[in-house]
Design a binder for this molecule. Structure first.
Ligand SMILES: *[C@@H]1O[C@H](CO)[C@@H](O)[C@H](O)[C@H]1NC(C)=O
Ligand SMILES: *[C@@H]1O[C@H](CO)[C@@H](O)[C@H](O)[C@H]1NC(C)=O
Ligand SMILES: *[C@@H]1O[C@H](CO)[C@@H](O)[C@H](O)[C@H]1NC(C)=O
Ligand SMILES: *[C@@H]1O[C@H](CO)[C@@H](O)[C@H](O)[C@H]1NC(C)=O
Ligand SMILES: *[C@@H]1O[C@H](CO)[C@@H](O)[C@H](O)[C@H]1NC(C)=O
Length: 374
């Protein structure tokens, strides 16, 4: 008789082959979608005409779907949710929406706070973000549910534009996960904190909108870590992160790959929000990753990043020069706040801080885009 473990191995290999095959099919169908832009190098962000025409595509009604029609059936199955708890910090337990038995089997902590972590373009669950942040949470707090959203197959380079279009589908799936947990009485919406890096920040915003549509209530908090900028010149708030997506939205701006404009209840601009100390001036991905590195640091050390309030004339546009007018007044608590996980949710407005060099950890996210342009 063949040992059970060998049978399982064979089944697993077959599974994987089947998934790869499904993935190939999906790739070819995605390419069909991209053929809309025939003859253009879709990822050439140094070509202003190409960028503008892409923004139009992303901004138009027909090309952006939240119901899965733009993706193949398989591709909307390419969103997975992995639960980690202090009892199970290493190997995520996959939660299937609608599967009560599986949820029961998982080590989900009923009514404990939930951190939902969403990666960006060219990333995945085993990348520095979200992995290090997950570790930080579980090492410092035993009463947490950390859920990693894996949409890596829908966020694969070089098809950045397709990844942008997929954000809607990923958000709907993630909102459905939260609705499932709520309907099982495993949690309530005020316990949900969603944290997204880069494109994942925009996914988070759309999740917040979808939850509000369904429940009439927003998640308590969304954190946007350098929300992606390429193609996000469109005005539609329903396709990007903004301050109306949760009761409290905190945003950390660290690079030109992220939006410079304010999009949160509170917006932090460490080191002016463009070039981070310790990153080479043209290493955009290095500065882009600082946002999640700062945030992860703050989980271990809540008062590491003290930020000072910036003042501007009413109606003036946010610009670098205006970031010169920021100061902390020790006698006025409204003038400073700690950036990161433990941020005061009563904070409002724009804050600046300077940081020291920081060891570079991760330059993977958006790396492909960067390679093609620098
Ligand atoms: C990108 O666009 C710029 C400006 O139109 C052009 O000079 C450059 O050759 C293009 N690069 C690639 C890789 O297509
Ligand atoms: C999905 O969205 C598209 C475009 O927004 C719409 O035309 C289509 O009818 C929708 N399909 C379903 C099943 O809701
Ligand atoms: C799981 O199911 C068992 C048996 O039905 C029940 O006693 C237990 O409370 C359930 N646990 C959770 C977390 O729902
Ligand atoms: C959740 O709680 C409500 C109110 O106590 C109850 O009516 C409902 O049956 C519960 N649902 C589940 C799935 O346990
Ligand atoms: C952004 O969109 C506005 C309005 O469509 C346009 O005037 C502006 O030039 C665009 N900015 C960039 C950088 O393309």
């Amino acid at each position: 008789m063949v040992p059970k473990s060998q049978v399982l191995t064979v089944i697993c290999i077959l599974c994987r082959l089947a998934r790869l095959k499904a993935h190939e099919n999906q790739k070819s169908s995605r390419l069909t979608v991209s053929n809309l832009n025939k003859g253009q190098n879709i990822n050439n962000f140094s070509n202003p005409d190409a960028v503008r025409s892409l923004e139009k595509v992303v901004d138009s009604n027909t090309q952006f779907s939240t119901n899965g029609t733009i993706c193949t059936k398989e591709s909307s199955d390419h969103v997975h949710f992995y639960l980690y708890t202090a009892d199970n910090p290493l190997k995520g337990f996959e939660i299937l929406v609608g599967d009560t038995d599986k949820l029961n089997e998982s080590l989900f902590r009923i009514q404990a706070p939930i951190k939902i972590l969403i990666h960006g373009f060219g990333s995945g669950c085993n990348h520095i973000y979200p992995k290090k942040l997950k570790d930080a949470y579980l090492e410092t707090n035993t009463e947490l549910n950390v859920i990693l959203v894996d949409w890596s197959l829908l966020a694969e380079p070089p098809l950045y534009e397709q990844a942008v279009k997929n954000t809607g589908v990923v958000a709907v799936k993630t909102a459905n996960l939260a609705l499932f947990l709520i309907s099982e009485n495993a949690t309530t919406i005020d316990k949900v904190h969603i944290i997204g890096h880069s494109l994942g920040a925009h996914v988070s915003g759309i999740v917040g909108q979808k939850l509000e549509e369904k429940l009439g209530q927003k998640p308590s908090r969304i954190t946007g870590l350098d929300p992606a900028k390429p193609l996000y010149n469109f005005s539609r708030l329903d396709r990007r992160l903004d301050k109306s997506d949760a009761d409290f939205v905190d945003v950390i701006h660290t690079s030109v790959l992220g939006l410079f404009r304010t999009v949160g209840t509170v917006d932090f601009y460490p080191n002016d929000g463009i070039n981070q100390p310790g990153c080479f001036p043209f290493d955009l991905a290095c500065s882009h990753s600082r946002a999640h590195e700062f945030f992860t640091d703050s989980v271990y050390e809540s008062k590491k990043y003290k930020a000072c309030k910036c003042f501007r004339k009413l109606g003036s546009k946010i610009s670098l020069s205006f970031l010169n007018n920021c100061h902390c007044d020790e006698s006025d608590e409204k003038t400073f706040v700690f950036m990161g996980d433990a941020v005061s949710t009563s904070a409002r407005g724009i804050f600046y801080l300077a940081t020291d060099d920081r060891q570079q950890q991760d330059t993977e996210t958006l790396q492909t885009v960067v390679n093609q342009n620098v």
